[in-house]
Design a protein around this ligand. Sequence first.
Ligand SMILES: [Zn+2]
Length: 128
Amino acid sequence: MTDDIEARIARVAFNDVGLVPAIVQQWDTHEVLMLAWLDAEALRRTLTSGRVTYWSRSRSEYWRKGDTSGHIQQVREARLDCDGDAILLLVEQTGAACHTGTRSCFDTEDLHAVDALAPAETKAGDGA
Ligand SMILES: [Zn+2]
């Protein structure tokens, strides 16, 4: 028997404006899809309805993913991190997770970090 829903929500350390960030991952491939924010009510709806619901900071309203786009997220699992201040949502993503139409929000912009495991790059850096 799991804890009461309110006891589970009470373990979340929401930030000073009452929100917690959620990393969203495709449950079977572990593909990282997006990051969004939930307040206590969005988390309650997510944990009890099986559909991921967010709080939209730009529109100041609840946003059940997929209601307008059809790109729904069905909850498989929700995990709280070690400090209680971030959530990992494992979902079955239908279609694109990103509002721009890409599968993942992280598909488009490469910040070109140095590849620490690439031997050639490491050698060049050591010579400087
Ligand atoms: Zn996006």
